[in-house]
Design a protein around this ligand. Structure first.
Ligand code: ATP
Length: 458
């Protein structure tokens, strides 16, 4: 299935309309870093709020945390990242481009061969036997496969110039594992319960790119469910369904989503599944649901020397809970929602309008206040003052009303309120709906209630 939106259209719209800019742009940029602008920061914050509402606020046994990015380096030994968080890298000696060997194999075989379960030697053999060429310059002139470390290191100065290595966390999940007992005790939580977090992660990705799809600094929204083994598979299935429902409730086209069960599992995992979305690049991972057994807590027990046993208050049993993880990238979801929302419509007068059909709850601005003429601005500013106490609002008095509507359509503002001369007479305004473009007349004192009901995420 094809979608008509292209990555170029999204990138250009994001720059022109204040959603996302290249990082450090005036210095020529910094590869694969992006800055959210005044419109983009609202969009992403709304997405994070919708996630938090669904998975924390409305889930009585889920507790939020905001853990430190810099953690004791032993955490990364316990998690296995210090030893093995790396990707198989190959450089093309002709054009100097860098690739992941597993991606080269999957692209060469058009997805028929999965490199997930291959060892480094097997990948090397496949590439040599099939003479897999560089996708950039077409030559077959590779370096050997080398493992490329994905964790960013920095150092913490101590005494006399000695320095200790610390890592920028490559995932947020460890913040929940190390706080398992703190949360359980302070909140008197009973298994099954979950700890959730939204925060930044950092990965020195070999092949970042495709706008905000894969970046070296990104935000994750994830939660770790702690449960008994006998309930773990039911919970895993429950989260597969919940994760998908969340996306459908954000107006994803169901045909643009699919489950992808992992063929190869990490040695400790009992099941793993991604939800993929149909992006302008094809089917891509959007989020993951993983059954991680007792591995994480057992490893922290081993490395920290602190017991991670949970005491069941009813049966008095002591056990280490199983973990069901659900994790989604806030930036990747933002990209997916941008591509889902994008539409080009031909109007009755033959003109085209670009419109972002965001779910109103995530739309950057809920309403735009537009005086028909500049001499109506005093009244319009009163309406703006009223609405901006409740919602993020735009105020725009420059240019023709048609152009101002188009501008709001392009950033997905669900409602436009127009102030005209009748407003001065009878305190009513015109309210225009982004999707249908229909206009109704409403008293000013009904606006907050009318809009408020339509911009909720339930
Ligand atoms: P991928 O296979 O795409 O590298 P992953 O399987 O390593 O992802 P996880 O470690 O499970 O990803 O991370 C959970 C989620 O975090 C992913 O589903 C994705 O939405 C997001 N994510 C992971 N890496 C990045 C990145 N470099 N940039 C943006 N988002 C990311």
């Amino acid at each position: 299935m094809e979608t008509k939106v292209t990555m170029d259209k999204i990138v250009n719209l994001c720059k022109a309309r204040g959603l996302i800019f290249q990082g450090s742009e005036i210095y020529g940029g910094m590869g694969n870093t992006w800055d959210y602008g005044p419109v983009g920061v609202e969009l992403k914050n709304n997405i994070k709020r919708a996630w938090w509402k669904r998975f924390v606020q409305e889930s009585p046994s889920t507790y939020g945390v905001d853990a430190a990015i810099l953690m004791n380096p032993r955490v990364w030994e316990a998690s296995g990242h210090a030893q093995s968080f790396s990707d198989p890298k190959m450089d093309c000696k002709s054009c100097k481009q860098r690739f992941r060997a597993d991606n080269l194999i999957e692209e060469h075989s058009k997805g028929k061969v999965s490199a997930e379960s291959m060892s480094t030697e097997e990948m090397q053999a496949y590439i040599n036997e099939n003479k897999v060429k560089c996708p950039h310059c077409g030559n077959f002139n590779w370096t050997e496969i080398r493992q490329f470390k994905l964790m960013f290191e920095t150092s913490r100065g101590t005494i006399d110039g000695e320095k200790d290595v610390v890592y920028l966390r490559p995932e947020t999940a460890q913040g929940e594992y190390v706080n398992f007992l703190n949360v359980q005790r302070s909140m008197r939580a009973k298994v099954p319960f979950a700890i959730a977090q939204i925060g930044k992660s950092f990965r020195n990705e070999i092949t970042p790119g495709n706008f905000i799809f894969r970046t070296i600094e990104f935000e994750q929204m994830e939660l770790q469910n702690f449960c008994r083994e006998e309930n773990s598979f039911a919970l895993y299935e429950e989260f597969k369904a919940k994760a998908k429902q969340f996306l459908l409730d954000l107006n994803f086209n169901p045909e643009h989503l699919r489950y992808h069960d992992h063929e190869k599992l990490a040695h400790y995992a009992k099941a793993a599944c991604d939800i993929q979305f149909l992006s302008p690049l094809g089917w891509e991972e959007l989020n993951g649901i993983h059954h991680r057994s007792t591995w994480d807590l057992s490893r922290h027990q081993e490395y920290s020397g602190k017991s991670m046993l949970y005491l069941d208050p009813i049966t008095n049993e002591k056990f280490i809970p199983n973990v069901i993880e659900y994790s989604i990238g806030a930036d990747r979801l933002t990209l997916a929602l941008l591509t889902e929302a994008y539409d080009e419509e031909t109007l009755e007068n033959g003109e085209t309008r670009v419109v972002m059909h965001f779910h109103p709850a995530i739309a950057p601005f809920k309403v735009a206040v537009l005086p028909l003429q500049k001499n109506l601005s005093e009244k319009a500013k009163e309406v703006y003052a009223l609405l901006s106490k409740e919602f993020m609002c735009e105020y725009d008095e420059a240019g023709s009303i048609g152009k101002r509507y188009r501008r709001e359509d392009e950033i997905g503002t669900p409602f436009c309120v127009t102030i005209d001369f009748d407003t001065l007479e009878n305190d009513t305004v015109t309210l225009r709906d982004r999707d249908s473009m229909e206009q109704i007349r409403l008293p000013i004192n009904e606006l907050v209630d009318y809009i408020g009901k339509r911009v909720k995420f339930n």
